[in-house]
Design a protein around this ligand. Structure first.
Ligand SMILES: *[C@@H]1O[C@H](CO)[C@@H](O)[C@H](O)[C@H]1NC(C)=O
Ligand SMILES: *[C@@H]1O[C@H](CO)[C@@H](O)[C@H](O)[C@H]1NC(C)=O
Ligand SMILES: *[C@@H]1O[C@H](CO)[C@@H](O)[C@H](O)[C@H]1NC(C)=O
Ligand SMILES: *[C@@H]1O[C@H](CO)[C@@H](O)[C@H](O)[C@H]1NC(C)=O
Length: 512
């Protein structure tokens, strides 16, 4: 009761700070007003207000008279307030307005007669079906136009032709089936038309998009990468389409292209990617590739080719890729990984090979490797020669394999190992396995051990924590204990605040 009283006193003292601030609003000294749960636009907000932010309200209709006194308004943001209509010319007189955001409302068309000062217009999550020729008339300063998640089904170039300064255009989540060409937006840098219903893009579409750098057509029905893409392109996203082939010859003029995203298509082979000389990221996950691309771009740093049908990795595949750092090959059918296949990649750090058919840990992996994921293969043992040079290795995942014994020497040679996942293997819980555990603990490695499959009397016991096994192996534990005391190696419990994500499915690119 007393608390409630204090709270009420506090609240009312807030309101009385500025008597000109309307109810359910807070006004700050930077001429910014924020309001929640209103039933209509507040009357009597200070005339000096530059920014008005309203959300989670019920304001069906906006009209000219609402804004008559807002002479200094620069940003008007009305979010999730059920707004259905805007009176003709409501914003026209706001001669200082730069940002207009009417997100998550129920608008059926773009508000008419917008002021020429506007730089940012966001109308995402409404019910706009048609863009009228006159909607964007005179908006010569508009830089950003977002119309995500509406019901727009076509886009005509003349609708946008007035937007001579436009840099960002977002049309994701509409029903656009075709786009007439050419789009006359010479300053456009970012364009995103994800999750629409595009079947074709005419090659003339791009003739006037000479500044375009980031383009996304992910989530459409495209069967081809558009031709005549602008030379200025840095990033192209074509994920979740119906691509069967990629003709890199048609893309070789994209000399600055650094990221290409082609995941979730129907590609069965990739040939000629080396023509994209500056490509650093290539994503090809969830296709039907049976082989690694023949000749990859030599500057590649990240290749994601997970969830395909790849069977072999050979020395030739990566011999020219000196900059490669991240390789995702998980969820394939890899049974052969040639020794030294990544030896030339002198900055290599992450190798994801989980869910494949490997019988052993690949040999001669790069010395710079920090994370190795081999979960869900058919590996039977860990040999010293496989891990000997991996002095930078921090995370090793061998979960769900067929390993029954640990070679202590193999693991002792990994000075930086912090996380070791060993559960899901058929462990033969001998006392020497328990000793290996003690050594790893003493090194400060966090180990997920799992359960014993043998011998019979220890089946199902957890070899990391079983008191029974510890009792039975007491003589060996005593030795390890003495060792630990003399060496005083750190124990993970001594550093509870070491910040590393221990979720084994999480890839931290920049592990130090
Ligand atoms: C709004 O203005 C346009 C012309 O600017 C006119 O065609 C239309 O009928 C007007 N609508 C209303 C509801 O006044
Ligand atoms: C490629 O990038 C360089 C460096 O940023 C730039 O000078 C050049 O104009 C770009 N090329 C094209 C075709 O945009
Ligand atoms: C792209 O590659 C060309 C050579 O093929 C080079 O001249 C240019 O500087 C590169 N651009 C960037 C941004 O690296
Ligand atoms: C477990 O290891 C012991 C000692 O090396 C060996 O005698 C035994 O056969 C192993 N059991 C299984 C099931 O491999």
């Amino acid at each position: 009761m007393y608390l409630l009283f204090v709270l009420l006193t506090l609240l009312s003292s807030f309101d009385s700070v500025d008597p000109s601030c309307p109810g359910r609003c807070s006004c700050d000294s930077g001429h910014s007003v924020q309001c929640y749960r209103l039933m209509e636009l507040p009357t009597g907000i200070p005339v000096t207000t530059k920014r008005l932010y309203i959300s989670h309200s019920k304001i069906q209709h906006l009209q000219l008279s609402n804004f008559i006194q807002m002479l200094a308004l620069e940003d008007f943001i009305l979010l999730a307030s059920g707004t259905e209509s805007v009176e003709n010319g409501t914003f026209k007189t706001l001669s200082t307005l730069k940002t207009l955001e009417l997100w998550k409302n129920k608008l059926r068309c773009v508000p008419s007669a917008l002021p020429a000062t506007l730089e940012v217009l966001k109308l995402n999550d409404n019910s706009i079906r048609v863009l009228q020729e006159s909607d964007f008339e005179g908006l010569k300063k508009l830089k950003t136009l977002e119309l995500k998640n509406n019901l727009i089904s076509s886009l005509s170039p003349s609708t946008l032709s007035a937007l001579v300064s436009l840099q960002n255009l977002v049309l994701d989540g509409n029903n656009i089936q075709s786009m007439r060409a050419p789009l006359p937006l010479p300053h456009l840098k970012h364009m995103s038309v994800e999750n629409n219903k595009l079947h074709v893009i005419l090659s003339s579409f791009f003739t006037s998009l000479e500044s375009l750098q980031f383009l996304s057509f992910s989530g459409n029905f495209l069967t081809k990468i558009p031709t005549n893409l602008p030379k200025s392109l840095l990033s192209l996203k074509m994920e979740r389409n119906q691509l069967k082939v990629v003709r890199f010859r048609d893309m070789k003029h994209l000399e600055n292209l650094s990221q290409l995203f082609l995941s979730e298509n129907s590609l069965s082979s990739i040939d000629g990617a080396q023509l994209l000389t500056n490509l650093t990221t290539l994503e090809l996950s969830q296709n039907q590739l049976q082989m690694l691309p023949f000749k990859l771009p030599t500057r590649l740093q990240k290749l994601d080719i997970s969830n395909n049908l790849i069977q072999r990795v050979t020395v030739q595949d990566f011999q020219d890729l000196r900059d490669l750092k991240h390789l995702f090959l998980d969820n394939n059918l890899v049974s052969l990984f040639e020794a030294g296949a990544l030896q030339r990649c002198s900055q290599f750090s992450n190798l994801a090979l989980e869910q494949n058919l490997l019988l052993s840990i690949p040999l001669r992996l790069p010395k710079t490797l920090a994370r190795l994921d081999l979960k869900g293969n058919a590996i039977q043992d860990i040999a010293e020669r496989e891990l000997r040079d991996l002095k930078q290795l921090q995370v090793l995942n061998l979960r769900n394999n067929k390993i029954s014994a640990l070679d202590l020497k193999a693991l002792e040679g990994l000075p930086r190992l912090r996380h070791l996942y060993l559960d899901g293997n058929p462990w033969n819980c001998t006392c020497s396995l328990v000793r290996a555990r003690e050594v790893l603990k003493a090194k400060g490695t966090d180990v997920r051990g799992g359960q014993c499959a043998a011998p019979a009397d220890r089946q199902g016991e957890s070899w990391m924590s079983s008191k029974k096994i510890m009792r039975q192996c007491e003589h060996i534990l005593h030795l390890a204990e003495k060792n630990k005391e003399t060496r005083k190696k750190p124990n993970p419990e001594d550093h509870p605040n070491v910040r590393i994500n221990i979720d084994d499915d999480y890839y931290d690119y920049e592990i130090d």
